[in-house]
Design a protein around this ligand. Structure first.
Ligand SMILES: NC(=O)C1=CN([C@@H]2O[C@H](COP(=O)(O)OP(=O)(O)OC[C@H]3O[C@@H](n4cnc5c(N)ncnc54)[C@H](OP(=O)(O)O)[C@@H]3O)[C@@H](O)[C@H]2O)C=CC1
Ligand SMILES: CC(=O)C(=O)O
Ligand SMILES: [Mg+2]
Length: 570
């Protein structure tokens, strides 16, 4: 068999002729086991001395390769695959074979490889996760584990976990309910924690909570890897999540960071509200996204002029991302101008699937939309809303592609000299418009950013470089900041600090190119600054437990970062 994940019979047949077999292994990594251990394996880079000392002689061909040469070779192979999913599979294989080489590659080629291990390709990987499943890369906790979640956590091979990314798979990017196959998201996010934020890979734990799926296609897919039942709701769901949250704290202590990811909004807001005062938790879709978008807006002000409170914001999509961003903008306006949060919210409008969120709809609105239900006549579509509200900033968080039509972008351009357009929905297929559409329809006047990456666009001989407004800029540095100062709780001011930390990393050269997010190629430096900014605020608020406070927090954050350079073995 080609891998360990393709059946429930092991390579030796598991039960051989009715005889029970004990799986056993050696505990010290040397020889064949060392080559099979992704954390310690260096492949052809083991030196003569290491080969002698660790019983590797003869197990490898005679050549000794540097890590740089290995990197060059893997990039050469990856670039030969034309299909992005093949590259994704090759990267996962590398991660499982040689972890340090995987991270070295990801760090050194971040702009090329991010679209493979993250959005958009990770979306396709989740859709096909059952078929491409090779080895488990995270922990699966299902309804069947109710009553023994702590035991399941204890099955994980690592003890010193610092960060968990957990999903229940119900809102995977803009692709909807992918059930247990959503595991690709925590795995991808945690790869970025290590590559972009420098958190040790062994301190990262991806978890998927499987409460079933309502995705009929998956339920009828013979290769689906999750529970084949409809989603548990209400008490049954809440009890499993409660047991999980308690077990995590029992097993890993008070300061374990839990990042909620890609839950549907009917659970996301309530989970965050329930656990924000008892655990170190944050919801990346609500809070991480808000922080990255606020940072982009602060940077855009340098190009647009004025202050945040001079602008009018219109969102397409009033869910986790939309209301999360809206609330952080209002908070920042309120802090900077001294206006009440209610007044600050008045410059922000949201459209959902039923039209503009207005007070006449109050009776039927979900609780997280209520603060945005301003006095206004109902408006049923986006184009009318743009014409009526006259926003200077248009932000797409609907999860539905192609909603920023030519008419919408033209309307934005007739109202604004430089319309700011953010098409945040992922993956690329769900983007509200493409970079090319934004620049062409605005006749080269839009400032544009999107959730998934787009290539630069040439319009009338000028090259436009779109920004990537993705929470990947924030959560790795944000998490590092929390971990390195021993933060006990997440406070909204820490999100504001992260926004400012990110905005501070844009250079005049970037602004000259119209860029509102710094290049991902500098992300380790950016993350160190975000981490320092977050930790600084945590110390100020009395939320940091690592004492005394390091003097130079940027240097301290850099010193905490994992390096993928091969160590020398004794
Ligand atoms: N760039 C980034 O970093 C991030 C991007 N995202 C992306 O944002 C998207 C939304 O995520 P999230 O907010 O969590 O999802 P939610 O499900 O919480 O919210 C989606 C919102 O969009 C509205 N909507 C759906 N269809 C339409 C439509 N045709 N017209 C107008 N509104 C519509 C929904 O309306 P209703 O309430 O009426 O159902 C809802 O308010 C996803 O694609 C996700 O990938 C999310 C987080 C980070
Ligand atoms: C980026 C992200 O978190 C999302 O699209 O859900
Ligand atoms: Mg997400």
């Amino acid at each position: 068999m080609g891998n360990d994940g393709d059946g429930d019979v092991d390579n030796n047949g598991g039960v051989q002729g009715g005889q029970l077999v004990t799986p056993w292994n050696m505990s010290i990594s040397s020889g064949h086991n060392l080559l099979r251990d992704p954390r310690y394996n260096k492949g052809l880079a083991f030196t003569e001395r290491e080969r002698d000392a660790h019983y590797l002689t003869g197990l490898l061909p005679p050549i000794i390769s540097s890590q740089e040469l290995q990197e060059k070779k893997v990039m050469h192979i990856l670039r030969q695959y034309e299909v992005p999913l093949q590259r994704y599979i090759a990267m996962i294989d590398l991660q499982e074979r040689n972890e340090r080489l995987f991270y070295k590659l990801l760090i050194d080629h971040v702009e090329e490889l991010l679209p493979i291990v993250y959005t958009p390709t990770v979306g396709e990987a989740c859709q096909k996760f059952g078929s491409i499943f090779r080895r488990p890369q995270g922990l699966y906790i299902s309804l069947k584990d109710k009553g023994r979640v702590l035991d399941v956590l204890r099955n994980w091979q690592e003890r010193n976990i610092e960060v968990i990314v957990v999903t229940d798979g119900e809102r995977i990017l803009g692709l909807g309910d992918l059930g247990c196959q959503g595991m690709g998201i925590p795995v991808g996010k945690l790869s970025l924690y290590s590559a972009l934020g420098g958190v040790r890979p062994s301190a990262c734990l991806p978890i998927t909570i499987d409460v079933g799926t309502n995705n009929e296609k998956l339920l009828n897919d013979e290769f689906y890897i999750g529970l084949k039942q409809n989603r548990a709701r209400g008490e049954e769901y809440d009890e499993l999540l409660e047991e999980f949250m308690k077990a995590v704290k029992l097993n890993y202590g008070e300061k374990i960071l839990i990042q909620f990811e890609d839950f549907a909004n009917h659970n996301a807001f309530s989970l965050l509200n329930r656990y924000r005062t008892t655990h170190l938790v944050f919801n990346d879709d609500i809070q991480g996204t808000a922080s990255v978008v606020l940072s982009g807006l602060l940077s855009a002000l340098k190009l647009l002029g004025g202050t945040l409170s001079d602008h009018t914001f219109l969102f397409l999509g009033a869910g986790e991302a939309g209301t999360g961003i809206a609330e952080l903008i209002a908070l920042q306006i309120s802090k900077k101008t001294g206006a009440s949060i209610e007044d600050a919210r008045k410059k922000i409008w949201l459209v959902d699937s039923k039209g503009l969120v207005v007070s006449l709809r109050k009776e039927s609105l979900q609780h997280f939309k209520l603060p945005w239900a301003h006095e206004h006549e109902p408006i049923s579509n986006l184009l009318e809303a743009v014409k009526e509200i006259k926003p200077s900033v248009l932000i797409g968080t609907s999860g539905v592609g192609k909603q920023f039509t030519q008419e919408v972008i033209e309307a934005m351009s007739s109202i604004n000299e430089k319309p700011l357009i953010m098409a945040l929905s992922n993956p690329t297929s769900q983007a509200e418009c493409t970079a090319e559409e934004a620049y062409t329809w605005s006749k080269g006047r839009a400032i544009f950013a999107s959730g998934s990456p787009f290539d630069p666009v040439t319009y009338e001989d000028k090259v436009f470089v779109p920004g990537q407004a993705n929470n990947a800029y924030i959560f790795p540095g944000f998490g590092l900041g929390l971990i390195m100062c021993g933060a006990t709780r997440v406070h909204d001011d820490l999100l504001l600090a992260a926004s400012e930390g990110l905005a501070s990393q844009i250079t005049d050269e970037d602004y000259a190119k119209g860029i509102i997010f710094p290049p991902f190629s500098c992300i380790r430096k950016i993350s160190a600054h975000i981490a320092a900014s977050v930790a600084d605020k945590a110390y100020e608020l009395g939320l940091a437990s690592l004492l005394p406070r390091p003097n130079d927090l940027v240097k301290f954050s850099e010193s905490c970062m994992y390096s993928p350079i091969y160590p020398t073995y004794r």
